[in-house]
Design a protein around this ligand. Sequence first.
Ligand SMILES: Nc1nc2c(ncn2[C@@H]2O[C@H](COP(=O)(O)OP(=O)(O)OP(=O)(O)O)[C@@H](O)[C@H]2O)c(=O)[nH]1
Length: 296
Amino acid sequence: MKCGYVALIGRPNVGKSTLMNHILGQKLSITCRKPQTTRHRIQGIKTTPVGQAIFMDTPGMHQDEKKVLNRYLNKTADSTLLGVNVVVWLLDGLYWHVYDEQIFKKLDYAGLPVILVVNKCDKIKDKQAMLAFFAEARQKYPFAAIVPVSALKSTNLDILEQEIMALLPEAAAIYPEDQITDRPERFFAAEIVREKLTRRLGDELPYALTVEIERYEEHSELSKIYAAIWVERSSQKSIVIGKQGEMLKNIGTEARLDIEKLIGQKVYLQLWVKVKKGWSDSERALQSLGFVDNCD
Ligand SMILES: Nc1nc2c(ncn2[C@@H]2O[C@H](COP(=O)(O)OP(=O)(O)OP(=O)(O)O)[C@@H](O)[C@H]2O)c(=O)[nH]1
């Protein structure tokens, strides 16, 4: 039996969450067209007859460290290389980004086997160019494997899984075979609410909101969830609430139905919108929202 940790790295929006969701066959992390939607490390667990791969879904490797929130995201992304056995580096096309040079340096330093995955290959028509890019990639770095995939269409994901398993050490499984995450349900409840908010309001409120579960009560028939949606300004509060509360009501209904599906039980979901001025710029505010607990 093989077992070990796999770090998923790559720039924002290359498709890390989509890849993990399709490998696990279940919606675990939030996907969205806007970059930087993954704020937490989510551990997804894939167990096959060959072995168990424990995935770390990292936030994108961000360049802009001006804001504290971005700085936090970077630290989380970097620390995922510690204690992992295999790195899966996702690109979303046949090109390198100027920032990738730093990733090569980090990988060199870490000395781990790295699988290069070119995602979104459903959009790549020129197969010759793809082969030339792979040859160039091999010159740049001793990749353990290079795999073109389409996370969205599940193309070549079986090959990728085989390559990952082959690189994992011989070890007994850490988690039971039917477990796909170690995150508590309240975390997913917050992520689901945030996904609904981002999908409906993303263009208007890109970084300005976050969701905190204030209370999560499990009862045999019904789970009661009380969540606060934090925004930066009172004008944003009005946008989230919408005309006569319509927006918030729709977000609440959509989120509740998804949470019910996830936990297989009826849910009572109450949402409040609260204003926390300039929260994304303040370490203290981040701390009180639980964002800085796994820094460094
Ligand atoms: N055409 C195509 N689109 C894809 C594919 N995989 C992902 N996408 C799209 O790319 C966008 C970003 O995907 P995500 O999975 O959210 O990207 P991410 O890397 O997790 O992004 P961050 O959370 O910002 O780090 C979404 O609109 C996906 O539907 C693919 O194989 N083909």
